[in-house]
Design a protein around this ligand. Structure first.
Ligand SMILES: CC(C)(COP(=O)(O)OP(=O)(O)OC[C@H]1O[C@@H](n2cnc3c(N)ncnc32)[C@H](O)[C@@H]1OP(=O)(O)O)[C@@H](O)C(=O)NCCC(=O)NCCS
Length: 326
């Protein structure tokens, strides 16, 4: 038995911040941002919105598409690094908001790879028959931990949520066929939120030093991202005796157009096979993969039996790739 992605949904908050808006905040330009990243605008949470609010909208849409009543969900896994509260989990908050009492719910912390990690965990439960369905969400409000005076980071991030509903299938031609996940903890320093955790709890000093915001060595992240994404894609394809030429569609974490272009070029997969939306949303962290999947799905791109290659990388560094027969 395998698990099948039976429904997808996504949500981006209404407020839009354009590159022109950022020109007023930091020393940057629309031209620089577009050339270096491909991003033109991003959606940003309203003052009264938190990650679970984004997750709820995306989840409702995915459950509706899958024909699953929110009360019948048996497992909820949320990939996020910007929970509503340090604890409990967004999963727990989301379960409450869905009016569900049946599901066990928790979060997975793997930054921008969070939804791929969450998908992999839920896949094991569904494919083993332990649960009859699972709601997998990637949701982040990264702009809440973004320093709007740091031009190295504030141009990149946006907020959003994406959701996938997994159900079991006996159809050997369909479902999640293989996933490979990796972590390299020696790379923690190149992308992290240093303050506000148990190492340096929130304090006047943390706020003064702005260490509760995302810190990133962009050049290092870029290099690691291209190398790691290529390797994990090749590995997961080899698991199924596939080559990049067998891939029908690519659903990739939307970090930076240049990272994706370089990765696709190394894999010799044409850009036309990769759904791109970072122009509109920027890097939405764990939301990125399921938001992208939902857009491609609703646009009618994905047909039963298509080979979909999914890939993501984020702070940790944590990364991975999946092959899904749609
Ligand atoms: C962040 C990133 C876009 C920067 O692009 P880059 O080509 O590496 O740029 P550099 O950091 O080398 O900086 C080049 C110059 O542009 C400047 N610069 C940096 N940000 C800028 C901005 N927003 N606007 C204008 N200039 C900027 C730098 O200060 C530097 O100037 P200098 O040459 O005078 O020192 C790129 O490194 C990147 O995308 N990295 C990966 C980030 C990512 O995806 N993170 C999330 C992973 S999940």
């Amino acid at each position: 038995m395998r698990s099948l992605i039976a429904g997808t949904g996504s949500y981006a908050p209404e407020k839009v911040v354009t590159n022109a808006d950022l020109e007023k905040l930091v020393d940057t330009s629309d031209q620089w941002i577009v050339e270096r990243t491909g991003i033109r605008e991003r959606h940003v949470v309203a003052d009264d919105q938190a990650t679970s609010d984004l997750a709820l909208e995306a989840s409702r849409r995915a459950l509706d598409a899958a024909g699953v009543d929110p009360k019948d969900v048996e497992m909820i896994v949320v990939g996020t690094v910007t929970p509503d509260y340090p604890f409990p989990s967004v999963g727990a908050v989301l379960q409450g908001k869905l009016g569900n009492k049946k599901a066990f719910a928790f979060d997975v912390s793997a930054a921008c790879a969070g939804s791929l990690y969450a998908l992999s965990v839920a896949d094991r439960f569904v494919a083993s028959g332990a649960v009859k369905n699972a709601l997998v969400v990637g949701a982040d409000a990264l702009t809440r931990i973004t320093d709007w005076t740091d031009r190295n980071t504030c141009i990149l991030f946006g907020d959003g949520a994406g959701a996938m509903v997994l159900k079991p299938t006996d159809d050997a031609r369909r479902g999640i066929v293989s996933t490979r996940l990796h972590t390299d903890g020696s790379l923690v320093p190149i992308l992290l939120q240093p303050g506000g955790g148990s190492r340096d709890p929130i304090s006047e000093k943390v706020v003064r030093e702005k260490s509760h915001y995302v810190k990133m060595n962009g050049r290092e992240v870029f290099k690691v991202a291209v190398r790691s994404l290529e390797e994990s894609c090749r590995e997961v394809l080899a698991d199924e005796k596939l080559t990049p030429g067998d891939v029908t569609w690519v659903i990739a974490h939307q970090a930076n157009k240049r990272i994706l272009d370089a990765t696709l070029s190394r894999l010799e997969i044409p850009e036309s096979k990769c759904w791109m939306n970072l122009e509109k949303y920027g890097n939405t962290s764990a939301a990125s993969v399921p938001m992208t999947l939902d857009e491609a799905n609703r646009a009618g791109w994905l047909k039963p039996g298509d080979t979909v290659l999914m890939m993501a990388i984020g702070g940790g560094m944590a990364w991975g790739a999946s092959v899904v027969r749609w």
